[in-house]
Design a protein around this ligand. Structure first.
Ligand code: E4P
Ligand code: PEP
Length: 359
């Protein structure tokens, strides 16, 4: 099977100017959250994987509708994950096998993925993805506002080089066994420029120098043990500061932190709300795996599936998602109050010490 040329596909399904503007704005807002200019919480949420564009659009429409409600406290970006890194073998995602039938119609997968990203962005909702196969990035990266490099690839030089070429902010997961050093090494590597191969519009390859990506951060996703508790988050923050790396942290409520039990995401979420509400500034972002229906189902092939339910990791349902978003929004407001109180206390201490000095 021939794979379409990336320049041709992008020309056939072009990015409208309004979408380009919205993506640039969202990337700027995320950069502001990562540099503490914006005190909102970035929330990356949506299904573990895209397998049914129809159900994904229904989820996106619901998310777009509620996102305006949380505008002052939360920046919501939808997970649109088309590639799945497997521990051993399994369905590798919608681009690789869009028919879910081992037909591996990658050409159709690329077209359908790009179309879905265009449709979701047209709703005014920004999209997030994991970049896994560097070639796939050429077909979709211009429609992505935030990207992840996964636990299985954070240590890979190829993925670091790719991230250094991308315009969107990128989060790096700790490894599946819980090692956070590799994510910190990745952030340092990706800030630098690298020389990589890129396809020429006329065919063939060229060597290009990447710009380097200053908007990167760590994602604590748990490993053999969860790492969302205050002691782990604070230790990661300390380590980032010691290496003079960007010290804002995203905590993934799923994966190693939920021990792959989708309802545990609610427990992780509550712990994060407490930490944020107490004034912890370094928690800048969270990730949730959420879909229309709770849990997951066995991958049986198109046409035999429960509508709106994950075929990879288990997700929380829509009702629990909105409940958690309410809690996160409340926690951000509590953090604002806590920080204001701390500031006032510091100012009154300063005022008293001035009285002493000049009395
Ligand atoms: O996010 C999805 C999964 O955790 C990841 O793709 C690994 O899945 P697997 O262990 O079922 O292969
Ligand atoms: C595969 C994922 O995560 P991780 O790399 O943490 O396993 C994911 O977020 O879909």
């Amino acid at each position: 099977m021939d794979i379409p040329d990336c320049h041709q596909l992008v020309a056939d399904l072009p990015r409208p100017a309004a979408t380009a503007g919205h993506i640039q704005e969202t990337q700027g807002a995320i950069a502001d959250i990562l540099s503490a200019k914006d005190d909102r919480l970035l929330v990356i949420l949506g299904p573990c994987s895209i397998h049914d564009p129809h159900a994904s659009l229904e989820y996106a429409a619901q998310l777009a509708a509620v996102s305006r409600r949380y505008d002052k406290e939360l920046l919501l970006v939808m997970r649109t994950y088309f590639e799945k890194p497997r521990t051993t073998v399994g369905w590798k995602g919608f681009i690789n096998d869009p028919g879910l039938d081992e037909g591996f119609n990658i050409a159709a997968g690329l077209v359908k993925a790009r179309q879905l990203l265009l449709d979701i962005n047209a709703m005014g909702l920004a999209t997030a993805t994991e970049f896994l196969c560097p070639a796939n990035a050429l077909y979709i990266a211009d429609l992505i506002s935030w990207g992840a490099i996964g636990a299985r690839t954070t240590e890979s030089q190829i993925h670091r080089e790719l991230a250094s070429a991308l315009h969107c902010p990128i989060g790096f997961k700790n490894s599946t066994d819980g090692n956070i050093q590799i994510a910190m090494d990745a952030i340092q590597s990706v800030q630098a420029s690298h020389v990589i191969y890129a396809p020429k519009a006329a065919g063939g390859l060229q060597a290009v120098k990447t710009a380097g990506n200053p908007n990167c951060h760590i994602i604590l996703r748990g490993g053999r043990q969860p790492n969302y508790a205050a002691k782990d988050v604070d230790a990661a923050h300390e380590s980032l500061l010691n290496r003079a790396l960007p010290a804002k942290i995203m905590v993934d409520c799923s994966h190693g932190n939920s021990q792959k039990q989708h309802l545990n995401q609610l427990i992780v979420g509550q712990s994060l709300c407490r930490q944020i509400g107490e004034g912890k500034r370094h928690i800048a972002a969270v990730m949730l795996e959420s879909f229309l229906k709770a849990g997951k189902q066995a991958h049986k092939g198109e046409g035999q599936l429960v509508y709106g339910q994950s075929i990879t990791d288990g997700c929380i349902d829509w009702q629990d998602t909105v409940g958690l978003l309410d809690d996160f929004a409340r926690a951000v407001n509590q953090r604002r109050q806590a920080l204001e109180c701390q500031q006032q206390a510091a100012m009154s201490l300063y005022a008293r010490s001035q009285v002493k000095v000049y009395a």
